[in-house]
Ligand binder design. Structure first.
Ligand code: ATP
Length: 266
């Protein structure tokens, strides 16, 4: 079995991601405001919040592709964007980045050749590509042109590319958008399998609150700030709510009430 972590799960207790006073400015707006949080290793952490709250921006800051970041963002023990992180992080954006004129397997072969160049790695590449295609349940479409796939299938090709090279950290921006319930369930099972058996850390964004229930931990965001950083159980208990969605709404109401109080005492 491939090992997705640098050691057996649980041996490294430092967080996979640690942010202190993380702030991002985009255009005229401060999109992320002094965020402090940690993402533990070997777990599935959900990044949830309404559209436009800053999830994609936060992910870009973590993978090192976001401009105008201040504060500290440490990823697998290095500053975000450090060259040694390139092969240790798998990142899937919301727009699938696949070549339409190549088959699924050819897409994967292309990226595998960048990760493991040379003839001596051919067998290893073949194994990795076959496994990544199976992981995302596209074996029966391996020889189909990517341009002929459905939207959900194309996004799974992108996910398969991110799984190549056995990354320790997977950053997935809304990976289940547009998928039917069966595929969503299968993908969440895959995410948990990657964490449990391969020791990978997964940071997964979604604005679908029922997906929050499937995560080990949650970062709940609103308007560029983190409302809560906790387990689903703790969030439900703390707010006396039956679901994470209701817990989130309670926290939003509390944040609005606190802002009003602050405003009126000025
Ligand atoms: N180039 C830009 N200039 C100014 N503001 C921007 C720019 N790009 C994004 N924003 C703003 O930054 C905020 C955060 O955007 P981001 O894409 O991170 O949100 P999100 O939570 O991922 O949203 P969604 O779930 O819809 O993808 C939004 O309010 C957006 O309008």
């Amino acid at each position: 079995m491939m090992n997705y972590a640098s050691g057996p799960p649980g041996t490294d207790t430092t967080p996979a991601v640690r942010a202190e006073h993380l702030t991002v400015v985009r255009g005229p707006r401060t999109v992320l405001r002094t965020l402090d949080f940690a993402v533990p290793r070997g777990q599935v952490t959900g990044l949830l919040g309404p559209s436009g709250c800053g999830k994609s921006t936060l992910m870009r800051a973590i993978v090192g592709t976001q401009a105008k970041v201040t504060g500290t963002v440490e990823v697998l023990g290095h500053p975000a964007g450090h060259p040694t992180l390139r092969t240790r992080i798998g990142y899937v954006t919301q727009a699938p980045s696949v070549y339409d004129d190549l088959t699924v397997r050819q897409n994967l072969d292309y990226f595998a050749a960048i990760l493991h160049p040379g003839r001596s790695s051919a067998d290893h590449r073949h194994e990795e590509v076959t496994r990544a295609i199976a992981d995302v349940d596209l074996t029966s479409h391996a020889d189909a042109l990517a341009g002929n796939l459905s939207g959900g299938q194309r996004s799974r090709v992108s996910l398969a590319v991110a799984l190549l090279g056995a990354p320790e950290l997977l950053v997935l921006d809304e990976p289940t958008v547009g998928l039917d319930p069966v595929l969503r369930r299968d993908l969440w099972n895959l995410f948990h399998d990657l964490a449990a058996t391969r020791g990978a850390t997964l940071l997964i964004s979604s604005h679908v609150m029922d997906e929050a229930e499937r995560c080990h931990r949650l970062l709940l965001m609103r308007e560029g700030q983190i409302l809560a950083d906790d387990t689903p159980d703790a969030l439900r208990d703390r707010t006396g709510s039956e679901t994470v969605e209701l817990a989130f709404l309670t926290l939003v109401d509390e944040a609005i009430a606190a802002a009003r109080t602050k405003e009126s005492t000025r």
